[in-house]
Design a protein around this ligand. Structure first.
Ligand SMILES: [Zn+2]
Ligand SMILES: [Zn+2]
Length: 253
């Protein structure tokens, strides 16, 4: 059994929980530790189960909480060496371990498959976390889908999938022109439509649950992301995530 939950998701803070009832892995800790622990408890998830935190890249919406969380829970933060090199000193955790992108790391009964993604950070990575014969993908902050993410998606029964912006809202919205270009570029973020196409083309037939993740506050709404995925509603559970509270806990049996 795998339990998954988006503790925080959006352009201003991300943290994703993957556990098996006894041990858990977090991907990113981009909110305060106080908030993160409160949100875990609000969903009945015991912070004492956290065995490792994997950091996808150094941007503050993913790294803001890692220093305090590492200290408070005495937990290792795993990251690539170039991510460490680009991490501001005030985010650097006391307990750190390194992986080489492409490496699979074993944490208890979990295997964490790490791979590079297209995003404007030093050495940004996505993760597929497997336990037994099930896999969960954490796929956010992707400018353009590469073969690595397509292959990983084909292995997943559940995934946190970036659905960052609605194209019309982005181009007609308040962002300055260079920022619009950055978001839409191959090293920015996936739009609702790009994410839908990725899932439609590459999802495993047994993908049963998709959490729409990392929604932009300015350039998307939960309702728009939700309706963009209408074509998949009959095929799988499509769920929304929030910047304000933890999502429901979904169980892969
Ligand atoms: Zn980022
Ligand atoms: Zn981000």
């Amino acid at each position: 059994m795998i339990e998954i939950c988006a503790l925080a998701s959006g352009s201003n803070g991300n943290s994703y929980y993957v556990g098996n009832g006894e041990e858990a892995i977090l991907v990113d800790a981009g909110i305060s530790t106080k908030q993160l622990l409160l949100r875990m408890k609000s969903r009945g998830l015991d912070p004492g189960r956290i065995r490792a935190v994997f950091l996808s890249h150094e941007h503050s919406d993913h790294a803001r909480g890692i220093q305090v969380l590492s200290k408070r829970q005495a937990v290792n933060i795993w990251m690539s060496k170039r991510t460490w090199g680009s991490l501001p000193v005030y985010f650097r955790p006391p307990y750190v371990k390194f992986f080489t992108p492409g490496e699979t790391v074993t944490i208890g009964t979990f295997r964490v498959h790490t791979f590079l993604k297209n995003h404007d950070a030093a050495e940004p990575c996505s993760f597929r976390i497997s336990h037994g014969d099930k896999s969960v993908g954490v796929f956010t902050d992707i400018g353009a889908p590469c073969d690595r993410v397509k292959n990983a998606l084909q292995e997943c029964q559940a995934a946190f999938m970036e659905s960052n912006y609605d194209e019309k809202m982005l181009w007609e919205g308040p962002y300055p022109w260079p920022l619009k270009q950055r978001v839409a570029s191959d090293v920015g973020h996936l739009s609702n439509l790009q994410a839908l196409q990725l899932v439609q083309e590459y999802a495993h037939p047994h993908l049963e649950c998709l959490f729409l993740s990392h929604l932009s506050q300015e350039n998307n709404t939960p309702a728009m992301a939700w309706s963009a995925f209408e074509p998949l509603h009959s095929r799988m559970e499509v769920k929304l995530t929030s910047r304000h509270e933890a999502s429901e806990v979904y169980r892969l049996e």
